[in-house]
Design a protein around this ligand. Structure first.
Ligand SMILES: Cc1cc2nc3c(=O)[nH]c(=O)nc-3n(C[C@H](O)[C@H](O)[C@H](O)COP(=O)(O)OP(=O)(O)OC[C@H]3O[C@@H](n4cnc5c(N)ncnc54)[C@H](O)[C@@H]3O)c2cc1C
Ligand code: SF4
Length: 374
C-alpha cells in the first residue's frame, strides 16, 4: 500500500499468490492495482476463468513445490508442473483434447494415491465406469505421510485438488478395503489398473532389521519410539529425509545426518529449498556427515552404531552410540498384486511408484496418460 501511495504508475503485486480470494483481498485493501500470477497459472491456466465462474472447487491450486517448473528449468529440462501433465503438451493433452471412450468399460483401480486418483478421474471423464479401491481410510497414498514433514503441509493440497474432482465424478470410491487377487479376479472388470505405490526398502543395509531402527514413514506417522539421540541415514537428498530430520529435531532431539552425497539436501538445489532447509536444520543443531557409504548398522536400543567408509578416502569409521536410527535409504515397489494378477484378468496395467519408486510428478503423469488411453 505504501508504494501505491507514493507513485502514480499502476502497482502490480506478484509472488506466491495462488488463490483468487487472496488476490482479491490484496486488491480490495488497496495494496495493488493488479495481481500477477506465474506458477499458479502454470498449474492451472484456467484459474481466472474458474474464479470468474465461481468454480473455486475446480481450481488446481499450485503448491509452490518448484519441482516441475523452476526445478526442471534449473536442470535444463522443459517447463512442467507436477500437477499439470499438459504443460508443454497443450496440443496433445490440453483443454478440449479429451475424447470419449469408444466403448464403455468397467475399470477397477487399486491404490488411491496420486497415480490411482488421476487414472480414475481421467477414465471417468471419458465415460468409463470406475471403481477406486484403497486400504487406507483416506485417498492420498504416500502424500498423506509426506505432508506431515516440517513445512510440507501444502504438499497435501495435491490430494485436496484431486479429491474435489473425484467427489464430483461418478467414480465409486471404496476405502478401508484391501484388494486381493481372488476378489479382483472374481470381479471380472474389463480393465484392472494397479497403482499400489512403493514402501521403504525392507533390507536397505546390513542389520536394518535390528531393534530401534525405523523408516521415515514410521517416524512421520508417529509409529517410532525414538530416543533423544538419533542418527538419520540419508540416501534421499530430498524432502523425504530432510523434512523428517527437521520433524525429529523439532521434538528437541539431537539429530546427526549421514549421507553418501557430497552434501545434505543434495537434491533440493533445483527447487530452491537447499539454502533454507540446510539453514533450518543447522540452526536446530542437526549435524551433517557427507561422503559416507553406510555398510552396516547394529547394536542394541540406546547403543546403536553405524559403520561405513568415506567414498573418497576409503577410510572406515563407526558412528554412535545412538538411541535409535532412522533410515531414508530408498523405496521398493509394492507390486505383489500386479505380479499375481498377470494373465488372470482381461486387461492389466500398472502405474506410479509400483512400476518404479519415483516422485509424485511421474505418478500423476502416468495416471493421466493411462486414463486417456484405456
Ligand atoms: C515422507 C515422504 C516425502 C515425500 N516427498 C515427496 C516430495 O517432496 N516430492 C515428490 O514428488 N514426492 C514425494 N514423495 C513421494 C510421493 O509421495 C510418491 O512418489 C507418490 O505418492 C507415489 O504415488 P502412487 O500413487 O504411485 O503411490 P502411493 O502414493 O504409494 O499410493 C499407493 C496406494 O495404494 C494403496 N494400496 C497398496 N496396496 C493395496 C491393496 N492391496 N489394496 C488396497 N490399497 C492398496 C496404498 O494404501 C496407497 O494409498 C514423498 C513420499 C514420502 C513417503
Ligand atoms: S510444479 Fe509445483 S510450484 Fe511449479 S507450478 Fe506446479 S505445483 Fe506450482
Amino acid at each position: 500500500a505504501g508504494v501505491r501511495e507514493k507513485i502514480k504508475l499502476p502497482v502490480f503485486c506478484t509472488g506466491r499468490i495462488n488463490d483468487p480470494v487472496m488476490a482479491e483481498k490484496v486488491l480490495a485493501s488497496g495494496q495493488a492495482d493488479m495481481i500477477g500470477m506465474c506458477r499458479a497459472l502454470i498449474c492451472d491456466p484456467y484459474l481466472p476463468k474458474k474464479a470468474l465462474e465461481g468454480r473455486m472447487e475446480d481450481i488446481r491450486y499450485c503448491i509452490a513445490c518448484n519441482q516441475g517448473c523452476i526445478g526442471r528449468i534449473g536442470m535444463n529440462k522443459s517447463l512442467g508442473c507436477v500437477q499439470n501433465p499438459a504443460v508443454g503438451r497443450e496440443k496433445e493433452w490440453g483443454e478440449g483434447t479429451l475424447k470419449q471412450a469408444g466403448m464403455k468399460k468397467r475399470v477397477t483401480i487399486v491404490g488411491g494415491g496420486p497415480a490411482g486418483m488421476w487414472a480414475a478421474k481421467m477414465a471417468d471423464r471419458r465415460g468409463h465406469s470406475v471403481t477406486l479401491i484403497d486400504r487406507g481410510e483416506n485417498l492420498g497414498g504416500q502424500v498423506i505421510t509426506a505432508m506431515k514433514g516440517v513445512g510440507r503441509d501444502e504438499f497435501g493440497v495435491i490430494i485436496r485438488n484431486e479429491k474435489s474432482q473425484i467427489d464430483k465424478s461418478d467414480v465409486t470410491v471404496k476405502l478401508g478395503q484391501e484388494a486381493t487377487v481372488e476378489q479382483i479376479v472374481a470381479d471380472k472388470a474389463d480393465v484392472v489398473i494397479v497403482a499400489t505405490g512403493s514402501i521403504p526398502k525392507k533390507h536397505a543395509v546390513g542389520g536394518a532389521d535390528g531393534p530401534a531402527i525405523y523408516n521415515v514413514v514410521q517416524v512421520l506417522n508417529g509409529e517410532a519410539e525414538l530416543g533423544e539421540n538419533v542418527c538419520l541415514i540419508d540416501y534421499d537428498g530430498h524432502q523425504r529425509a530432510t523434512a523428517t530430520a527437521e520433524f525429529i529435531a523439532n521434538q528437541g532431539k539431537k539429530v546427526d545426518m549421514i549421507t553418501s552425497s557430497l552434501f545434505i539436501c543434495a537434491e533440493l538445489g533445483p527447487t530452491q529449498d537447499l539454502y533454507s532447509s540446510r539453514q533450518r536444520l543447522l540452526q536446530k543443531g542437526v549435524t551433517f556427515t557427507p561422503d559416507i557409504a553406510v555398510m552396516e548398522v547394529g547394536g542394541e536400543r540406546g547403543a546403536k552404531t553405524v559403520k561405513g567408509f568415506n567414498v573418497y578416502s576409503n577410510v572406515w569409521n563407526e558412528w554412535g552410540p545412538y538411541d535409535s536410527l532412522v533410515l531414508a535409504m530408498g523405496q521398493q515397489v509394492d507390486d505383489d498384486l500386479y505380479m499375481s494378477l498377470k494373465g488372470k484378468v482381461k486387461e492389466l496395467y500398472r502405474i506410479g511408484d509400483c512400476v518404479s519408486p519415483r516422485k509424485v510428478d511421474m505418478a500423476i503423469w502416468e495416471g493421466h496418460k493411462l486414463g486417456r488411453e484405456i
